[in-house]
Design a protein around this ligand. Structure first.
Ligand code: SF4
Length: 609
């Protein structure tokens, strides 16, 4: 975004708005027929750490007839400066305003970024409401995990791409190529053609009706171009790793190279949406990972690489892989996110080239074994204490533990169990020296496409009472506690499981100045409360209401491959605090892929024998 220096001098972190980073791709606008703006609805330093943004950037720009350029949500100072200077929001590479592109594609990863999308559309010169766009405006498309309940944002997008984008991008470009020279092709005609791509959902092709009490009554296609169910797209073999990322000049939140070693997780934690929407597990061959690490280091000069997955310690042969990388690149730091809470993981991180062993992070999520069985986070207290003891023995000086409050069936007793457990963890430290234990508490947010998609979020009073009890209890142990604002989690719960009527609330909140809600200094709940009031809707209806088993859910027309029976069965087991084993190391749990995915069929076949 070639904003004038005058503007850059007037804002914080001007590096967010400059261009020409290492491996940024610049194509000639006039000779490249298809123009795509890749929009990330948060700050540059967040978006540039997002692997999907880098993958899509490489995927689109790989096509000779297509250019893809990046745009991130400007912080409020730059947004104000643009409006004052009457300048549009443009992309980093060419500075072209968003309205000039053929397609503007947004990554939807977090509901609290919803108003940023409206802000970027408005600043980019594109009508915020899809219904107000004409043939001259770009197609506005969304993808990403939060797009799997597209309804709250349906008013603002022309269509949604559901699932793995790597397969849909080439098909989308094929359709767009067909439009070349056909300037008279109407927007409606274009949407019909796009709706024919499996995994693409065009919300305007569906009509919804509501019951008097506000529940959804029906959800039906209004034409033959719209399938009753839109199936999530799934790549069974991970595409080649992305080894030419754009390397930022300014510091970003994850300032290191990234290799995705596997996609999906089969542990089956019942609160976890990622564990369901990225099923089944697809592993990248070890040789490919090794080669990618080498190429990344050569191409980008990184001194640290992250081996990305939802549960890194479950990757088969992870210790050998870490060993091979260390052997080839002894100077390279290796980051292993989301480790399983067991001694194996401690052994694994301890095998990394010795660096200052400051802190390890684990997520027991619940304090009592009963509640861990309810959420299917199957780890015993003995395991947790043994893991902590091993970590301290191996020289780690600090542990960060993540817990949730407000989980289904949770009692004050469970909250107090967190205090007891953390106290015991502290005792496992070396004699005479108190290890540094930090605790982070988040409010449980029920998400669509999870086992808990029908449960009510806990009342604020209960959450606060339990947080207070935990804080006072931990204070006795001299342990610091950080916890998320329950009102932020309430809004997230509403936007996660909302229906299409929420579009008006989001629009009203944005008009009243709600942007950057994910940043605590910007979050203003009063604006949202006012917007709900003006639209005659209640946050509690969406967040704190149990859904009956037969209630039509706003995302029921999105088929992610996991079947409703599996969710119902798992919910019953949760209510009985009965865990379900990981299908990677035990028989198939028939979640829905058993007939469609070869590896699952095999597993089921073996189980059947
Ligand atoms: S179908 Fe079976 S093996 Fe495949 S992911 Fe589901 S539970 Fe696991």
């Amino acid at each position: 975004m070639t904003v004038s220096d005058k503007l850059l001098y007037g804002v914080i972190k001007p590096g967010r708005y400059t261009n020409h980073e290492w491996q940024a791709i610049h194509k000639d606008w006039d000779t490249t027929p298809i123009r795509v703006a890749l929009a990330y609805p948060d700050l540059y330093e967040i978006g540039m750490s997002n692997l999907a943004v880098q993958i899509l950037y490489e995927l689109f720009n790989r096509e000779p007839d297509t250019l893809a350029e990046r745009v991130f949500c400007p912080w409020v100072d730059m947004a104000t400066a643009l409006r004052k200077a009457n300048l549009p929001l443009g992309t980093l590479e060419s500075g072209r305003p968003l309205k000039d592109f053929d397609v503007v594609g947004f990554s939807l990863g977090y509901e609290l970024n919803d108003t940023n999308i409206l802000e970027m559309l408005a600043l980019g010169g594109i009508p915020v409401l899809a219904s107000e766009r004409d043939d001259s405006h770009p197609l506005v498309i969304a993808g990403g995990s939060a797009a799997l309940n597209p309804e709250p944002m349906a008013d603002f997008f022309d269509c949604f791409v559901l699932g793995d984008g790597e397969e849909v991008v080439p098909e989308l470009l094929e359709v767009i190529r067909g439009w070349e020279g056909k300037n008279k092709l109407s927007r409606a005609e274009k949407l019909k053609q796009i709706a024919a791509i499996p995994g693409v959902y065009v919300p305007s092709f569906y009509r919804l009706e509501y019951l008097p009490d506000g529940r959804l009554a029906s959800f039906n296609p209004v034409n033959d171009y719209a399938p009753p169910l839109v199936k999530r797209r799934l790549v069974m073999a991970l595409p080649p790793p992305m080894v030419h990322p754009v390397v930022p000049y300014m510091e970003v939140i994850h300032d290191r190279g990234v290799v995705e070693i596997q996609r999906g997780c089969s542990r089956g934690c019942r609160f976890c949406q990622a564990g369901i929407i990225y099923r089944p597990v697809r592993e990248r061959p070890r040789g490919e990972v090794l080669e990618a690490v080498g190429t990344l280091v050569t191409n980008c000069g990184y001194d640290e690489v992250s081996l990305l997955s939802l549960c890194t310690s479950d990757y088969p042969g992870i210790e050998k892989l870490v060993g091979d990388i260390t052997q080839r690149h002894p100077e390279l730091a290796i980051s292993l996110p989301s480790l399983r809470l067991d001694s194996f993981s401690v052994g694994l991180v301890s095998s990394l080239p010795s660096r200052r062993r400051s802190g390890l992070t684990f997520a027991p999520e619940a304090g009592s074994e009963r509640l861990r069985n309810v959420i299917n986070k199957v780890v015993s207290e003995d395991d947790i204490l043994a893991t902590a003891a091993t970590a301290f023995e191996r020289g780690w000086t600090g542990l960060k533990l993540y817990f949730m409050v407000g989980l289904p069936t949770e009692t004050m007793e469970d909250a107090e169990a967190i205090v007891r457990l953390v106290g015991k963890v502290q005792q496992t430290g070396p004699k005479g020296r108190r290890p540094q234990v930090r605790v982070s508490l988040a409010t449980f947010v029920p998400k669509p496409h999870t086992v808990f998609q029908r449960v009510a979020q806990a009342q604020e009073a209960d959450i606060n009472a339990r947080c207070d009890a935990i804080r006072q209890g931990l204070r006795r142990h001299g342990i610091k506690l950080s916890w998320s604002d329950p009102r932020v989690s309430l809004l997230e719960a509403v936007l996660s499981r909302g229906d299409r009527r929420l579009g008006k609330v989001i629009y009203r909140a944005w008009q009243s100045g709600a942007v950057m809600d994910a940043w605590s200094e910007r979050f203003d709940f009063a604006k949202w409360q006012a917007a709900f009031g003006e639209c005659g809707l209640s946050p509690d209806f969406y967040a704190r209401r149990e859904r009956e088993p037969d209630e039509l859910l706003p995302w029921a027309h999105i088929d992610i491959g996991v079947k409703p029976e599996f969710f119902a069965r798992e919910l019953r087991r949760a209510q009985e605090a009965v865990p379900t084993a990981d299908c990677r190391v035990s028989p198939c749990n028939a979640c829905g892929f058993e007939k469609s995915v070869a590896q699952c069929k095999q597993k089921l076949g073996k189980a059947a024998k």
